[in-house]
Design a protein around this ligand. Structure first.
Ligand SMILES: *Cc1c(COP(=O)(O)O)cnc(C)c1O
Length: 457
């Protein structure tokens, strides 16, 4: 038995062949820290009776493994086979090639972000998007902020601070995370005035609540739930004249807000942003990375003098976008000018509109190949799936899809397999249903993506 003296010093390890190689890959400080931690652990083990020489022999391998774990970023590409196309926890929209190219150019170069190339004078960063947004929504003007939550916040703050904001009790939403409408209202400095009941709100409820202190009426698209049965809500076209007469702003928060009618691709009809504008809302807010299929952003479109007021709010500077996202948004919005090719070029729409036949054929083709790559004792069979748009869009709607049902022996077989697939160099994430791990193939591009990912196990 050898003791502490068998252990090398930090310096000896750093100067060894392994130490030098690790330093080249990970940097001196990271390697030194990893060595110190492992040496401490080895001393403790020897104190508890372990053999010093054995501990010393394990050290280089353990240090290398620690550094490899640290280097493997969570932000590596993965396969979203959950069936939820716009998965918030997995980064929502996958962007179009055009947007990726534009974002790359923006990252690598200076560009005239707030600079007028014709006059050499000052420009406005929103100008790169304004024209497109007005053209695509029919609105008079547009402004852009960090995300849709920010769009709602700044609109509430601009028109509701020190005043009341009226909302139907049926539309007091929590989107998830910390976006609960009452809390956002409080932070925006506006007093929430709830009207109606959870299931029924009438026009007279709004009319009764209007006062000198009212700043705005907020209408919220209840994007992540649906109230069914004995219900009544007041549609925007009925609210618009009431708001106008009272001289208050009517804000319609659409959330997902599509720029095109999705029913042409076989999806359920959602009100488009252009429709919400035409219905008479003074302002409409929606997300950049939900159905629109771009990077995270929040849009506010509507009346020119109101947009100008929002742009003068100091919060606008706090919530503004950087050049990378502006470039990606511009490229994404441009795709909408060519609706005939939109589904081919915009990944979100391509995935959502993918024909069931196509997915089912892929599932049948892949089943035996995937089965061959699974650990001993697991099998794969084609199965029916039900995809969802995600991010709160059309929450109760599912889209018929197809995928693979992976099963193994033992009650915890699906969980163990799921953990294994999450640990792959290119993680594969599905969902567990009825004692099996289900991989919905709607969002899988090429067969090879899945086969190569699984072959790395
Ligand atoms: C998603 C959503 C939001 C928040 O949008 P983000 O872009 O996630 O900030 C706000 N309101 C509604 C109705 C939504 O669906």
């Amino acid at each position: 038995m050898s003791g502490y003296r068998a252990l090398p010093s930090v310096d000896q390890l750093l100067q060894s062949d392994v130490g030098r190689r690790l330093t080249e890959n990970h940097g001196r400080q990271a390697v030194t820290t990893a060595i110190r931690q492992r040496l401490d652990a080895a001393r403790q083990a020897i104190h508890d009776g372990a053999d010093g020489a054995a501990e010393a022999a394990r050290l280089p391998h353990l240090v290398a493994a620690d550094l490899a774990v640290q280097a493997a970023t969570q932000l590596r590409p993965m396969l979203n086979l959950t069936g939820t196309v716009l998965h918030t926890n997995l980064g929502r929209a996958i962007m179009a090639d055009e947007a990726i190219v534009a974002a790359n150019v923006a990252m690598a170069s200076s560009l005239a972000l707030e600079y007028d190339l014709q006059t050499g004078g000052r420009g406005q960063r929103d100008d790169h998007l304004r024209g497109l947004l007005c053209e695509l929504t029919g609105a008079e003007d547009a402004t852009v902020v960090n995300n849709n939550a920010a769009a709602v916040l700044i609109a509430l703050n601009t028109f509701g601070q020190g005043r009341n904001s009226i909302v139907s009790r049926g539309e007091l939403i929590e989107i998830g995370g910390a976006f609960r409408l009452p809390d956002i209202m409080a932070r925006a400095g506006t007093t929430l005035v709830e009207v109606g009941t959870t299931n029924r709100t009438h026009l007279r409820d709004y009319q009764d609540a209007l006062s000198d202190m009212t700043g705005l009426i907020l209408k919220v698209h209840t994007s992540n739930y649906r109230i069914e049965g004995f219900t009544a809500e007041v549609p925007a076209p009925q609210l618009a004249p009431v708001a106008r007469q009272a001289g208050v702003v009517l804000l319609n928060d659409l959330g997902a807000g599509s720029l095109v009618d999705l029913s042409q691709w076989g999806l359920r009809r959602e009100p488009t942003v252009a429709e919400a504008v035409a219905e008479g809302a003074d302002l409409v807010t929606f997300s950049g990375d939900k159905l629109l299929g771009g990077p995270q952003a929040g849009f506010i479109v509507g009346r020119r003098h109101l947009i100008a007021q929002i742009n003068r709010n100091p919060l606008k500077r706090v919530l503004r976008l950087d050049k990378i996202r502006i470039a990606a948004l511009q490229a994404t919005l441009r795709l909408y000018r060519d609706p005939d090719r939109l589904a081919a070029r915009l990944p979100v729409l391509r995935m959502l509109s993918r024909p069931l036949d196509d997915i089912a054929t892929q599932a049948r083709r892949l089943a035996p190949q995937v089965a061959a790559l699974l650990p001993e004792g697991y099998g794969a069979a084609p199965c029916d799936c039900a995809s969802q748009i995600g991010s709160g869009a059309l929450p109760t709607d599912t889209i018929p899809s197809a995928g693979l049902r992976l099963t193994g022996r033992g009650g915890d077989a699906p969980d163990r397999l799921a953990a294994r697939l999450r640990a792959l160099p290119r993680p594969v994430v599905g969902h567990i249903r009825d004692g099996a791990l289900i991989l919905d193939l709607r969002c899988l591009g090429d067969d090879a993506d899945l086969l190569e990912a699984l072959a790395q196990s």
